[in-house]
Design a protein around this ligand. Structure first.
Ligand code: UD1
Ligand code: UDP
Length: 383
C-alpha cells in the first residue's frame, strides 16, 4: 500500500492548484522527471505529486538519481518490479489505479517510452484523467522494439504532447494529431545535463581507472533486441574484445546485460580481457563525467545519443535505426550496424580524432521543463 505524505499544505492556494501527478519508474525517467518536478513546484498554478512505479529498484538504478538530482523522495512507491512485459505492466496498472482514485489528480504526466509510461497512461485515461506525454512523437519505425509500442499507444491516447525535436512533429501530424495539443518545448533530459554538468565534471571518474581524457571508449548496452540474443551479444562482445587491443574500454553494465553475458558464457573472457573495465551501473554524475572525457561512446541507449550530441562527444549507436534522428543529422551520432568490422572501424576513427562535429538541436538549452510547465498550466486552464 502507498503513503501519500506531502504537498497537501505546501502552497497557500492549494485548493485552486492543478494537481499534477508525475510518474517515473526507470533510470532515464528519473533524469527526465527531475527538472519537471522542480519547474512544476516553482510554478504558481501547479502542485506536483511524484509516483515511483518500482520498475527499477536497485540503488544503482534508482536511489542514486534521486540523491544526485536533488529530488524529494517519491510521495508514492509502487512495487511493480521486474517480469515479463504483461506481468510488469499489469502490476503497475493494478497498483496505480487505487492511487489515482484516491488522489484524483487533475492531470497525469508521463515521460519517455518505458512500460511505466504505458501503464500510467492507460490507467489514467480509463479513469478519464487527462495525460501529458513528455518526449512524444519519437518513432524508430521498428515495432519489434517494446518502446515503439509504448510510444505509439501513449501518444495515441494522451491529451497533451510535448515534443523534443522537429521529426516528432511530423510523426504526430501524420498520425492525425492537430497542433492544438502539441507543444515543441525542447528536451528535459538536457535540462538535467545542463544543471549538473559542473558537478559531473568535478567527479573526474576516469581517474578511478587510471585513464586520461580522449584515450578510452565508453560502452553501454541493454536493448533486448541485441543483448537477449546470445548470437548477437557474442558479435557485440567480440567487437569490444578487438577494440580493447588498441583502446581501453569502460563498460558500466546494465543488470539485464550482466545476466545475459553470464547466460551466454561470455563472462570469463570479458573479465580476463586486459584494458576492459566492466563496472556496476554508475551514478549520473559519474557516468556524465565519463562521457565528457571519452574518445567515443559506443551505445544502444536512447538518452546517451542525446547527451553525447550536446557534449560534442563522438557517439556510435549500434542499431539500425534511431527514434532521435536529430542526433545523427545535426549531432555527433552515427548509426553503426552490428558488424565487428564496422564497430572496430568506428572506434579507430574516433580514437584517431576523425569524427564529425555536431551542432546543438533547437531548444536543447536547459529550459525545456519551464516551457512544459507554462504550456501545461495554460492548456489545463483552457480545458
Ligand atoms: C527498461 C525499458 C527501456 C529503457 C531501460 C532504461 C521497458 C520496456 N524497457 O529496460 O526502454 O531503455 O529500462 O535502463 O520499459 N533489473 C535489475 N535491477 C533493477 C531493474 C532491472 O536487476 O533495478 C534486471 C531484472 O533482471 C529485469 C531486467 O533487469 O528483469 C530488465 O529490467 P526491465 O525494467 O524489465 O527492462 P530494462 O531492460 O531495464
Ligand atoms: N546513465 C547513468 N549511469 C549509467 C548509464 C547511463 O547515469 O551507468 C544515464 C545516462 O547518462 C542517461 C540515462 O542514464 O542519462 C540513459 O538511460 P538508459 O540508457 O538506461 O535508457 P534509455 O535512454 O536507453 O531509455
Amino acid at each position: 500500500m502507498y503513503v501519500f505524505r506531502r504537498h497537501i499544505a505546501r502552497k497557500d492556494n492549494i485548493i485552486q492548484m492543478i494537481r499534477t501527478l508525475l510518474v517515473a519508474g526507470t533510470r532515464p525517467n528519473f533524469i527526465k522527471i527531475a527538472p519537471l518536478y522542480r519547474a512544476f513546484d516553482q510554478h504558481p498554478d501547479l502542485n506536483p505529486i511524484l509516483v515511483h512505479t518500482g520498475q527499477h529498484y536497485d540503488a544503482v538504478m534508482s536511489d542514486v538519481f534521486f540523491r544526485q538530482l536533488q529530488m524529494p523522495e517519491p510521495d508514492i512507491f509502487l512495487s511493480s518490479g521486474s517480469g515479463s512485459h504483461a506481468e510488469q505492466t499489469a502490476r503497475m496498472m493494478k497498483e496505480l489505479e487505487p492511487v489515482l482514485l484516491d488522489i484524483k489528480p487533475d492531470v497525469v504526466v508521463v515521460v519517455g517510452d518505458v512500460n511505466s509510461t504505458l501503464a500510467a497512461t492507460i490507467t489514467a485515461k480509463k479513469l478519464h484523467i487527462p495525460v501529458a506525454h513528455v518526449e512524444a512523437g519519437l518513432r524508430s519505425m521498428d515495432r519489434r522494439m517494446p518502446e515503439e509500442i509504448n510510444r505509439l499507444v501513449t501518444d495515441a491516447i494522451s491529451d497533451f504532447l510535448f515534443v523534443t525535436e522537429t521529426a516528432a512533429l511530423d510523426h504526430l501530424h501524420r498520425e492525425g494529431h492537430s497542433d492544438d495539443h502539441i507543444f515543441f518545448c525542447g528536451n528535459v533530459m538536457i535540462d538535467s545535463l545542463r544543471r549538473f554538468e559542473g558537478e559531473a565534471r568535478a567527479v573526474n571518474q576516469k581517474k578511478e581507472y587510471g585513464l586520461a581524457a580522449g584515450e578510452y571508449v565508453l560502452v553501454t548496452a541493454h536493448r533486448p533486441e541485441m543483448v537477449d540474443q546470445p548470437e548477437l551479444l557474442k558479435i557485440f562482445m567480440s567487437s569490444l574484445f578487438e577494440i580493447a587491443e588498441f583502446s581501453p574500454i569502460v563498460f558500466p553494465m546494465h543488470p539485464r546485460t550482466r545476466l545475459r553475458i553470464r547466460d551466454a558464457g561470455l563472462e570469463e573472457q570479458m573479465l580476463s580481457t586486459a584494458n576492459m573495465y566492466v563496472v556496476e551501473p554508475l551514478g549520473y554524475f559519474e557516468f556524465l563525467s565519463l562521457i565528457t572525457d571519452a574518445a567515443l561512446v559506443l551505445t544502444d541507449s536512447g538518452g546517451v545519443q542525446e547527451e553525447t550530441t550536446v557534449l560534442g562527444v563522438p557517439c556510435a549507436t549500434i542499431r539500425d535505426n534511431t527514434e532521435r534522428p536529430c542526433t545523427v543529422e545535426s549531432g555527433t551520432n552515427e548509426l553503426i550496424p552490428l558488424d565487428p568490422e564496422k564497430i572496430v572501424d568506428a572506434a579507430r576513427r574516433a580514437v584517431s580524432g576523425s569524427w564529425k562535429k555536431g551542432t546543438l538541436p533547437e531548444l536543447w538549452d536547459g529550459k525545456a521543463a519551464e516551457r512544459v510547465a507554462n504550456a501545461l498550466a495554460g492548456a489545463m486552464k483552457a480545458l
